[in-house]
Design a protein around this ligand. Structure first.
Ligand SMILES: [Fe+2]
Length: 201
């Protein structure tokens, strides 16, 4: 798998082709994933960092918008990076259900089918779960309370029939990692308190 430096270079290329808040968001997902992995003692912090940094790499394409998980998957497969490709596709699908996402309607029918088949073919690892969780903790300014970030996403994109189930699943994933580390994951991110209660967000 790509090392940290190679992953940072790839994100830098992404910044050059499509500068946006997804760059600092990806950097915070990487830092959060690394910190949690380090605290578990069973997961590899460097691997977690690289996967976090590149989970949204599909957004390097300025036309990607909500098609970025599949574009990111193809982009990383072309480079022979199947694990990063998997994370790129699985990060919005905590329920492993193609229908759970909101505002992802810009795929063609053929692409919908591909995503369904790919999701069915994957076995989720702790790394898939870790990036799903960290994607739910990181805003472009830093790490915040999971509930705050979820609220923000749904204020912008609305709800669907899967929203409640998704929230429950993400809380379950958070508990899974807290069980592994033995304390509240927010203890790893003391700055999240100030950011969560900041008047700016
Ligand atoms: Fe993301």
């Amino acid at each position: 798998m790509l090392n940290r430096k190679e992953a940072e270079q790839l994100l830098e290329e992404g910044r050059r082709s499509n500068e946006g808040p997804w760059i600092p968001h990806s950097q915070y997902v990487a830092l959060a994933a690394e910190a949690i992995a380090k605290a578990t003692k069973s997961l590899d912090p460097d691997r977690a960092y690289v996967l976090g940094l590149l989970h949204d790499i599909g957004k390097s394409d300025p036309t990607a918008q909500n098609r970025h998980p599949l574009l990111g998957y193809d982009f990383m497969i072309e480079r022979g990076e199947s694990e990063i490709a998997q994370i790129s596709l699985t990060h919005p699908y905590a329920l492993k259900d193609f229908h759970e996402t909101i505002g992802y309607s810009s795929y063609s029918e053929k692409e919908n089918l591909r995503i369904e088949q790919l999701l069915a073919s994957f076995s989720y690892t702790d790394y898939d779960l870790l990036i799903q969780l960290c994607d739910g903790l990181a805003i472009p300014e830093g790490i915040v309370l999971l509930e705050k970030r979820l609220f923000d996403v749904h204020l912008r994109h609305g709800f669907n029939d899967y929203t409640l189930q998704r929230w429950k699943r993400l809380i379950e994933i958070k508990k899974h990692f807290e069980k592994l580390i033995g304390f509240s994951l927010y203890d790893l991110f003391p700055e999240s308190v100030g950011l969560t209660f900041s008047h700016d967000f």
